[in-house]
Design a protein around this ligand. Structure first.
Ligand code: FUB
Length: 311
């Protein structure tokens, strides 16, 4: 909740989250939140959706939630499902969204087949990156291309960043192709040019869940290092070279994390997911739900360590 008060001529925001995990009004299991504040000033969260007691991350659709105040959320439902795609039937993993050309874009990984853990050579699983369009931030989104933008044995976690002059950059994790970025064509329906291998300053983290943002002219490349600890790099350019700056959120339960960072009403906010064990749940294991924390920067632009809060 944001509470604004005036102290003389100085505006002070005193902020407290009323809830963690975020209360979307139902027991929906959400993960991989991509947060955006579009032109109407509302917060929009684009998330993946875990099945109850999910196994092997078989996931079928993506949801959008919106809020004016971070307390009261509206679930706009499944705004795209793998059943709407002619090229995938599973693995509706971490999405991102963008606004350009008067349209909203949902970029997402999906795929089909199965992974054979015992005999990996027998695996049939593959994943690609798709893009779908809508006139509304809350969808429904339509796959107008009818095929993935890019396909490898394992491509996931696309992150879109649109720079001030409107150029969109796509970052994602692909087997054997970590630390790459590619420009999107102006119509957002194809990639433009070659994949650029980014200089990560000598670090070689496993690049899942990239999230790029710009603050005070500085570009931040943030990611769950080895899927778990949230770490970041900075650069003068969206394509690097990047300088490693360290971890700002530690891992929890040795489980994956996936996040996004956005400014809302003058306050920077980190959205991420946690693994909760609910007394009410029929599952013996933890399940994922989206949570949020305030995030603070030092004068030099470095990110202060973030602690998880409950409730
Ligand atoms: O939700 C499925 C996968 O788990 C995501 O794509 C990864 O980032 C991890 O959160």
């Amino acid at each position: 909740i944001f509470k604004w008060c005036w102290l003389g001529l100085v505006t002070v925001s005193s902020v407290v989250f009323a809830q963690n995990p975020l209360d979307f009004g139902s027991d929906i299991k959400t993960a991989d939140p991509s947060a955006h504040v579009w032109k109407d000033g509302k917060m929009y969260l684009y998330t993946s959706h875990d099945e109850e007691c999910q196994v092997d991350f078989y996931m079928k659709n993506w949801h959008v939630f919106s809020s004016d105040n971070l307390t009261d959320w509206q679930d706009h439902g499944a705004v795209l499902s793998v059943k709407d795609l002619n090229w995938a039937d599973n693995y509706a993993w971490a999405p991102d969204a963008a606004y350009k050309n008067g349209k909203y874009y949902l970029i997402y990984p999906a795929g089909n087949g199965v992974k054979d853990r015992v005999n990996p050579q027998n695996s049939t699983k593959w994943m690609g990156i798709g893009v779908a369009e809508s006139d509304s931030p809350t969808g429904p989104f339509k796959d107008v291309i009818g095929k993935p933008l890019w396909r490898t044995p394992y491509a996931n976690d696309p992150g879109l960043f649109i720079d001030d002059e409107g150029q969109a950059y796509l970052y994602f994790h692909a087997q054997g192709m970590d630390y790459h970025v590619v420009k999107m064509a102006d119509d957002m329906r194809s990639i433009d040019g070659d994949f650029i291998k980014m200089d990560m300053g000598g670090y070689e983290p496993k690049m899942e869940g990239p999230w790029v943002f710009k603050r005070n002219g500085l570009y931040y490349f943030t990611m769950p290092e080895n899927n778990k600890e949230l770490s970041y790099y900075t650069s003068q350019s969206p394509t690097g070279p990047w300088t490693y700056k360290g971890i700002f959120m530690q891992q929890e339960h040795n489980s994956n994390n996936h996040h996004s960072i956005v400014e809302f009403k003058g306050q920077w906010i980190l959205f991420y997911h946690r693994w909760y064990q609910s007394a009410k749940s029929q599952c013996e294991k933890r399940q994922r739900k989206v949570a949020a924390e305030y995030i603070y920067f030092n004068q030099d632009g470095s990110i202060q360590p973030v602690k998880r809060t409950d409730n």
